[in-house]
Design a protein around this ligand. Structure first.
Ligand code: AMP
Ligand code: TRP
Length: 342
């Protein structure tokens, strides 16, 4: 194998289905912002075509969700001048490459995807073909930019492995060594899996029926504070060492959230709060969360009051994205032997 010659380039996507949570923030968006500050090119996409694989939120709901994710990205610190921000459906090259990839990926690979099994539930026969093909479109999202690094939460690891398998098989089958890079998942930090505030064994999710289970990026200071103070815990004080949290998922989750927000380690949090009751720890965490998060909802509301401006930002991002994607799609078609006469 020759050393890869691909320039480092970051790509990630978030589905516009309902508002974002603290889990999305710590597991994804906060890290998108950190990556924007290094020298690499950063491309972040609202994957609206993925958002209809499961259910449709209606015309207004779909458009609003896309604008809301864009507003959340900007409110969290993504700068449209430094990062490319756009929605997937405005750059047709994604779905064009997805077709090619659905001819590369094998049924056996797709059958192993746990997210499909979770989302399709018991009645897989009734799931859409799009839900099944979802990871092929996701691989195309990344590889149509020759992206090399993909910051995501833990739950996307399997999809990233599939994207690498697709890239490898394309390069081999179409005799184009090293044409597509093998994208690296970047699953780092203490908050790659933020858990529900009501059940420390379940992921914090925008689709959980209980609003008390999550902190939404649109929650104001009082709501954030209330949700943390009411979070489920056990009656024990915080332990002396991290091992003492092994069988205490709710306590472990709150310590991890604290560490991620304070940009420190869970060990340091335990060292500071060893022996403290939740009556002390929760108000400290609530204050920290309000300090770090409450400006996000204020800024989002300002941005959402001018949807035309958000659309302008997305349109500009889509133009810049297409400038990178189209030549790569052209080269892909040429490698395959699709005749290009215009
Ligand atoms: P989704 O909302 O499922 O489209 O996820 C968008 C991004 O947020 C992905 O990178 C996920 O891995 C990440 N993410 C979603 N929920 C969580 C969570 N509870 N903890 C950490 N990361 C998460
Ligand atoms: N599947 C991802 C999720 O649910 C969203 C996504 C779509 C994505 N395309 C992507 C993430 C490309 C990273 C790169 O979170």
């Amino acid at each position: 194998m020759t050393e890869s010659t691909h320039q480092p380039r970051v790509f990630s996507g978030v589905q516009p289905t309902g508002g974002l949570t603290l889990g999305n923030y710590l597991g994804a968006v906060k890290r998108f912002v950190e990556m924007q500050d290094n020298a690499w090119q950063t491309i972040y996409c609202m994957v609206d075509q993925h958002s209809i694989t499961n259910a449709w939120a209606g015309r207004e709901g779909t458009a609003r969700a896309t604008r809301e994710v864009a507003a959340a990205f900007i409110a969290c610190g993504l700068d449209p001048a430094r990062s490319i921000l756009f929605n997937q459906s405005q750059v047709p090259a994604h779905s064009q490459l997805a077709w090619v990839f659905s001819c590369v990926a094998r049924m056996g690979w797709m059958n192993r995807m746990t997210q499909f099994k979770d989302k399709a539930g018991k009645n897989a026969e009734k799931a859409s073909l799009g839900l099944y093909a979802y990871p092929a479109l996701m691989a195309a999202d990344i590889l149509v930019y020759h992206a090399t690094h993909v910051p995501v939460g833990e739950d996307q690891k399997q999809h990233l492995e599939l994207a690498r398998d697709i890239a490898t098989k394309f390069n081999l089958d179409f005799e184009a060594p090293d044409f597509f890079p093998l994208p690296e998942p970047m699953i780092e930090g203490v908050a790659t899996r933020v858990m529900s505030l009501r059940d420390g064994t379940k992921k914090m999710s925008k689709s959980d029926p209980s609003d008390m289970s999550r902190i939404n990026l649109t929650d104001d200071a009082d709501t954030i504070s209330k949700k943390i103070r009411k979070a489920k815990t056990d009656p024990e004080p915080l332990p002396e060492t991290l091992d003492g949290l092994d069988d205490r998922p709710e306590a472990r989750n709150l310590v991890n959230i604290y560490a991620a927000l304070a940009e420190t380690t869970p060990e340091a949090v335990i060292a500071e709060y060893a022996g403290s009751q939740f009556g002390t720890f929760k108000p400290a965490l609530a204050d920290l969360a309000v300090e770090k998060m409450s400006h996000i909802s204020t800024r989002m509301a300002e941005l959402m009051s001018d949807p035309g401006e958000i659309d302008r930002i997305l349109g500009n991002g889509a133009d810049r994205a297409a400038e990178i994607a189209e030549p790569i799609l052209d080269r892909t078609y040429d490698i395959i032997g699709f005749v290009r006469s215009r």
